[in-house]
Design a protein around this ligand. Structure first.
Ligand code: PEP
Ligand code: MG
Length: 579
């Protein structure tokens, strides 16, 4: 095979080498629903084989989960095994096959749905979770019965370059970073959730390479995450050289992590707050290990995306409380649900829209569905009794929205007071600055909030009118565009004028090329994917505020993103900082 190159956009830095695995989500289709009497025995035998295969797969996943994630995660797969082996499940399926002459696949589908629906209808959140487990197990059992490859990524072994159209958060949950050496997606860009997850897991990633139909499993490949390119079928010598580079890169990351204990301050002693962005409670520990001194963005939408039903107040409270406790009083900024846009939701059937990013999303849904919003605010308030919890509203475009959201917050507080439930009366409430209307008029918004956090992922897409998910125009998505820098400058100045701390939780906060400029503009708090913290801290500790101010001032005189990024790179190189 001749060598080929796929070109996309950098999703996560680093080099990874391995063999291609193309991940396709084939939908399950049960064509044959009834059988002849003569087929009963073979259908029952097929069911028994599928149960056996399922148990073997689950045991293998359990063992790997134990090694990579620990006993608690492994226990989930033990529970799955017990459910598959539960005679009431297989006996029910067999009865449908033998007495109603339903095919093994159709009988399995029917029985699983009945079981799962029973659990999903229960009030107890723990029992509802079991319903989702049964659906998962049924999915695996059916795929085995129909001879389809298993869904999910937990079955992967060896050293794999994972290739997919896109990955959902639940796909990435089953991904083992010791196995997956590189990630390649046909669609999406650097701010897609697959890219964010890749950075969290430190897996080199290239996004938006276009059609992947021609890719063959088992082909050797190299992901050059920093450059945004993928080499297919390189020569043996080239592959070995990249594999060695990949190993050296992982060792370099390990070294950087040793910096977790070092203070995050510039050479002249200015404290720069480095916080972590998280989506799950477990991510908070990872962020702390890498030196995060707070959580600058807790993306709560994953709680809503996980299940078919909306998360209850208690379920949310437990998660928020866990993170608050883990941070021992340090700030935990919980963003209220930011759904819609690219984030779909099974538990809330949102209509398809022509312009979802400009549509019914985030705070707009919250202010429309105040029932859902108040439940979340109550859960956050309750968690505020256990740590440094703060509230942040996403996608704010107008001051009326801030006031309306605060009115619902006030109701939630009144209810808790009346019920005698503890919460922090002085909880800080801030907004994301991710719509240009807020950045332009930041001085008008500043007196109405306790803090700003600049969401450059959306701010950049709205300022430049560039869809952050569209790989065709990925080169136009430029966080270092002069207009974006001016909006950031304006926001920080307005915030400092009223003596507020200003944060940033968009991906730009973790971009080494932006660090000196942002320090120079006065940004106080940088919140990023945990894996970026050591690299950014390395820069912070090598510079002075005066140097950064000079870099920021020079950058503000430049007229293109390219000029600015070339300049920022040359400054870092001159200081001997390797990216
Ligand atoms: C942002 O827009 O910068 C942001 C942090 O939010 P999200 O990526 O979740 O839209
Ligand atoms: Mg956003």
């Amino acid at each position: 095979m001749t060598q080929e190159k796929l070109v996309g956009i950098s999703g996560a830095r680093g080099v990874g080498a391995g063999t291609v695995y193309v991940y396709k989500q084939e939908a399950i289709v049960v064509n044959k629903t009834t059988i002849e009497a003569s087929e009963v025995d073979s259908e029952v035998a097929a069911l028994e084989r599928a149960v056996e295969t399922t148990v073997t797969q689950l045991q293998a996943i359990k063992e790997r989960a134990r090694e990579t994630m620990g006993d608690a995660e492994a226990a989930i797969f033990e529970a799955h095994t017990l459910i598959v082996q539960d005679p009431s499940l297989s006996e029910g399926i067999k009865t449908l096959i033998t007495s109603a002459h339903v095919s093994a696949a159709a009988a399995t589908e029917q029985q699983i749905n009945t079981f799962a629906d029973m659990f999903l209808a229960m009030d107890d959140p723990y029992m509802r979770e079991r319903g989702a487990d049964i659906k998962d197990i049924g999915d695996r059992l059916l795929r085995n019965l129909l001879g389809m490859s298993p869904r999910g990524l937990a079955h992967l072994t060896g050293e794999v370059i994972l290739v997919a159209d896109d990955l959902t958060p639940s796909d990435t949950a089953s991904l083992d970073k010791n196995v997956v050496q590189g990630l390649v997606t046909s669609s999406g860009g650097p701010t897609s959730h697959a890219a964010i997850m890749a950075r969290t897991l430190e897996i080199p990633a290239v996004m938006g390479v276009g059609p992947i139909d021609g890719l063959v499993n088992g082909t050797k490949a190299v992901v050059r995450g920093t450059e945004g390119e993928v080499l297919l079928a390189p020569s043996e010598a080239e592959f070995e050289a990249y594999a060695a580079e990949a190993k050296a890169y992982r060792e370099h990351l390990q070294e950087l992590k040793q910096s977790a204990e070092l203070p995050s301050e510039t050479k002249d002693g200015k404290k720069v707050l480095l916080f972590g962005n998280v989506g799950k409670a477990q991510d908070a520990s990872h962020a702390c290990h890498l030196g995060a001194e707070g959580i600058g963005l807790f993306r709560t939408e994953f709680l809503y995306m996980k299940n078919d039903a909306l998360p209850t107040e208690d379920e949310q409270f437990e998660v928020y409380k866990k993170v608050a406790e883990r941070l021992h009083g340090n700030p935990v900024i919980i963003r209220t649900m930011d759904i819609g846009g690219d984030k779909e939701l099974k538990c809330l059937q949102l209509p398809k829209e022509l312009n979802p990013f400009l549509g019914y999303r985030a705070i707009r849904i919250s202010l429309d569905r105040t029932d859902i919003f108040k439940t979340q605010l109550r859960a956050i308030l309750r968690a505020s009794a256990f740590g440094g919890v703060q509230i942040m509203y996403p996608m704010i475009a107008s001051i009326e929205e801030v006031k309306a959201a605060n009115a619902v917050l006030e109701q939630a507080k009144e209810e808790l007071r009346a019920e005698g439930i503890a919460f922090n009366e002085d909880i800080e409430v801030g907004i994301m600055v991710e719509i240009p209307s807020v950045a332009v008029s930041a001085d008008l918004f500043a007196p109405h909030v306790d803090f700003f956090s600049i969401g450059t992922n959306d701010l950049c897409q709205y300022t430049l009118a560039v869809d952050r998910m569209n790989e065709k125009i990925g080169n136009l998505y430029q966080p270092l565009h002069p207009s974006v820098l001016r909006l950031i400058k304006n926001t920080i100045e307005a915030s400092h004028n009223v003596k507020h701390i200003t944060g940033m939780c968009g991906e730009m906060a973790g971009d080494p090329l932006a660090t000196m400029i942002l320090i120079g503009l006065g940004l106080d708090e940088f919140s990023m994917s945990a894996s970026s913290i050591p690299v950014i801290k390395e820069i912070v500790r090598h510079v002075t505020v005066a140097e950064c101010e000079e870099v920021a001032n020079n950058a503000l005189t430049m007229s293109t993103a390219k000029e600015i990024s070339d300049y920022a790179r040359s400054v870092l190189e001159a200081k001997g900082i390797n990216l």
